[in-house]
Design a protein around this ligand. Structure first.
Ligand SMILES: C[S@@+](CC[C@H](N)C(=O)[O-])C[C@H]1O[C@@H](n2cnc3c(N)ncnc32)[C@H](O)[C@@H]1O
Length: 259
């Protein structure tokens, strides 16, 4: 019997807990085929055997699957909308307690750290805690180190760059411990793991684009459940929901939804 992609994703699911069937097939298949070619292997079965036998290749495969590109203040104009239009209401409704915030699929930490910096303009750092999760353990370790290149910082307001980064080399900047301490990282698979509840704000950007329509729908419903009433979901630039109202969300500006 020919060993095809369909069987490969069943085996990868068993091996890694990642269900590739929830990711858009054409894009995912093309990426994996490119990797198989790079390793000069012959098809999906040989590749599966290789990642089972070789830990380094297994880790490389996982990192490769999870596209980790990120930036501080990615799409700065949307961060301005968050600060000017949505944050005031969130703060007003939660005067006596800290906001509960989740950066889901946080990659190298640029996003949760941006949230801490943004909030630091409105409250003391000691009152800020951000939950930050990603499926990729290696990328979480990188986020915890907190060293970035110039490109990642290009959208970040200069005041934050000055205040919260130390330049290590011509192209390398370390984020301050004061900011790092406010973020709690943990591994979490959006497709499989339980979601915490009572969030005021969930930020999940630039990961839904990789999922099938069915998987996206499930995740948006789970985010809805995880938010408090009047809580806000902030999505990526190409990730607007088509039927937000059928889930119960109210669309606010282009990339924000309120429960
Ligand atoms: C392109 S990055 C987005 C980072 C950040 N949110 C941003 O917008 O800059 C996508 C991230 O999604 C993570 N990811 C992919 N599949 C996931 C899943 N099933 N559960 C949680 N995170 C996942 C990847 O590991 C990667 O770090």
């Amino acid at each position: 019997m020919v060993y095809e992609y369909e069987q490969f994703i069943v085996d990868v699911h068993k091996l890694t807990g990642i269900d590739l069937a929830c990711y858009k097939e054409r894009q995912m298949k093309r990426r994996i085929e490119a990797l198989i070619k790079r390793y000069k292997l012959n098809g999906f079965k040989e590749f599966l055997d290789a990642i089972q036998e070789n830990k380094e290749m297994y880790e490389a495969f996982l990192s490769y699957l999870t596209i980790n590109v990120s930036e501080f203040y990615r799409n700065p104009e949307q961060w301005t909308i968050l600060e000017k239009e949505l944050l005031p209401g969130l703060l007003e409704r939660n005067k006596n307690r800290p906001l509960k915030i989740w950066s889901a699929a946080c990659s190298t930490g640029d996003e949760p750290y941006s949230l801490v910096m943004l909030l630091s303009k409105h409250m003391s750092l000691n009152n800020i805690t951000i939950d930050a999760t990603d499926i990729d353990k290696q990328i979480i370790a990188k986020a915890q180190v907190g060293i970035y290149d110039k490109k990642s910082l290009k959208g970040l307001p200069e005041e934050f760059k000055q205040k919260y980064f130390k330049q290590l080399g011509s192209n390398s900047f370390q984020i301050s411990e004061d900011i790092k301490k406010r973020v709690q990282f943990r591994q979490h698979n959006l497709l499989r793991d339980l979601y915490d509840s009572n969030y005021d704000l969930i930020v999940c950007r630039n990961v839904m684009i990789y999922f099938t329509e069915e998987a996206k729908d499930e995740i948006y419903k789970k985010f809805y459940k995880s938010l408090k009433k009047d809580g806000v979901l902030f999505v990526g630039s190409t990730e607007q929901m088509l039927h937000a109202d059928s889930i119960g969300f109210q669309s606010k500006f282009s990339f924000f939804y309120m429960k």
